[in-house]
Design a protein around this ligand. Sequence first.
Ligand code: GDP
Ligand code: MG
Length: 442
Amino acid sequence: NLTQRLGRVVKNLRGQARLTDENISDMLREVRMALLEADVALPVVKDFIARVKEKALGQEVIGSLTPGQALVGVVHRELTELMGGASSGLNLATQPPAVILMSGLQGAGKTTTTAKLGKWLKERQKKKVLTVSCDVYRPAAIEQLKAVSTQAGIDFFPSTAGQKPADIAAAALDHAKRHYYDVIFVDTAGRLAIDEAMMAEIKDLHALLKPIETLFVVDAMLGQDAVNTAKAFNEALPLTGVILTKLDGDSRGGAALSVRHVTGKPIKFAGVGEKLTGLEEFHPERMASRILGMGDILGLVEDAQRGVDQDKAQEFVKKMKSGKGFDLNDFKDQIGQMKKMGGMAAMLDKLPAQFSAMAQKAGGGMEDKTVRRLEGIINSMTPGERSKPEIIKANRKRRIATGAGVSVQEVNRLLNQFEQTQKMMKQFSKRGMQKMMRGMKG
Ligand code: GDP
Ligand code: MG
């Protein structure tokens, strides 16, 4: 399993003081094997390893990062690139109705995804959406599309098992035109395996409908089979995008890497649940994190590098690691850094879930105005008070409040918030930054 293997590699690199030619090679050998095991094609793997090596050797290890972390950062960025750039959404730029043809094997998730996408377009882009099923081999399949379309609040064009797929498609398209639909999804029949008749049928449908989007839906848990299927569909049809389903399951991530490479087509969405809300735009960087098993912690580290005074950041991380001496001066710095990093919300987004929840409790929901007031209060304290907040009793509180032009309650609130943050820091250091880097499994 790719995630586990890379997890182990990351773990092995932990505590390495220095990146040497040798330990880079060790790590890259592991990465190479892991990728091959996860069904990534050999040329992709070779290319990938070469690029990582080149970047890693030229890499300067900055500030608070250890060399191991820096190398993981390079792997992460390259994985992201391998899976293509940012999500490109659905292309509807055509004379309506925009036709979207769904292709893929049976059980891939075409019907479910049709309803999910329809719901998405209706709710987010106020589109008038019609669905139709050309799956005439299984009457239950048509009923299923009807049911999920109703559930999604979009319209369904009826068809029956006795009809020819091409006739259904033509009638539905005509209906969509006459009733001014923005989008029509054409759901198709899949087989259990790649099959000439199925390919011929969907090719005919493609020629007839001239869809603006031809989406290939593939089960992320299929591994090597996903690659073969992707290849076959990509050769038969001019695909415009891929949808990776069942990413909520125990998928290997390798499918995302290979499908992207084999088809050269963007992965547009990810299915993350059976419910109709289980759909996400595909984020390559998140997928890379998933493969590396570490939340988006690297993004956080990068933000820290970009927005924050390097020396301060380093000091801060040192304090976090030691769990000692986190005082109000640090709290103030931290507030300042948070502002530079786009605020608390942006920062929380990037933490692995468990830490995010913890941080949320300590300081979440702080608005910019609040942050400025907090700074004002801390500014009114003496250096002694800042480094030893426990000496701040009633008299001092009153003086500070007057100085900052706030109430004593606000000073109390700040001290409480500080205490919570201090607790969180201790937690952080107990579990360790290192553990965060290792990934938050379990
Ligand atoms: P089709 O044969 O390609 O039309 O596939 P279906 O849409 O009927 O889906 C097959 C099965 O996969 C159904 O039980 C769906 O509920 C399930 N499914 C589809 N997408 C997802 C997903 O993203 N996550 C999970 N957990 N299940 C999914
Ligand atoms: Mg179906």
